[in-house]
Design a protein around this ligand. Structure first.
Ligand SMILES: [Zn+2]
Length: 208
């Protein structure tokens, strides 16, 4: 963000300031969105000087919008998901990166992103029931989306911490509770698998 000095008095600098302002407005396409800014461009194009006040107001509008845009991408981050990342890394290595791997719990579904690698797994975090995308784990950092309320993100983050403590236990308890394999989502039909709460192939792939 370029800052403009609206107290500048020399004509040349004021002109330069106005020119920069006009450029910024056009670059950001703000003249298409805000009539006031469009009128400034018109004024400037007609060779009429922008007043200090006009420049100041315009800069405030631009700054406010920049702030809002930053807000929209301002994400909540929680570190410390090394263990979970390592598990995904191993499972990806076993099952192949293209196919991808996932873990389902009653609260969240974790899925490796298509562009994951064994060295750098990217794990999408979705709600199991609501299918809402809550964010992703990248470089062991859970980066939550901003358009979900804080309390819900806290629940999701807690679940992530909980299952990371013992991923095998989380998978098995889901399997036992719902009769579905936590790793592949298939219904457990084999009595041994039902008893174990997980399919044998998935257990092997995940090292549970
Ligand atoms: Zn399975």
């Amino acid at each position: 963000m370029i800052m403009y000095n609206s107290n500048e008095t020399t004509n040349e600098t004021a002109n330069e300031t106005a020119k920069k302002l006009i450029e910024t407005i056009q670059q950001k396409g703000l003249d298409k969105k805000i009539n006031f800014l469009a009128s400034l461009i018109e004024q400037h194009t007609k060779g009429r000087k922008l007043s200090t006040r006009q420049i100041e107001v315009a800069n405030n509008i631009i700054a406010e919008r920049a702030l809002k845009e930053n807000d929209a991408v301002l994400l909540e981050e929680t570190e410390g998901f090394e263990k979970l990342t390592a598990k995904f890394s191993k499972a990806l290595e076993k099952q192949g990166q293209l196919k991808g791997v996932k873990i389902i719990t009653s609260i969240i579904t974790l899925k490796s992103a298509k562009h994951s690698t064994v060295a750098n797994p990217i794990i999408y975090v979705l709600g199991t029931e609501d299918k809402v995308y809550y964010g992703k784990i990248v470089n062991s950092l859970f980066v939550a989306v901003s358009n979900v309320n804080h309390a819900r993100i806290a629940v999701i983050t807690n679940e992530l911490k909980e299952i990371q403590g013992d991923l095998s236990k989380a998978a098995v308890s889901y399997g036992k509770r719902f009769g579905i394999c936590s790793c592949c989502g298939r219904v457990l039909t084999d009595p041994t698998s039902i008893e174990a709460g997980i399919g044998p192939v998935c257990a092997e792939n995940w090292g549970f």
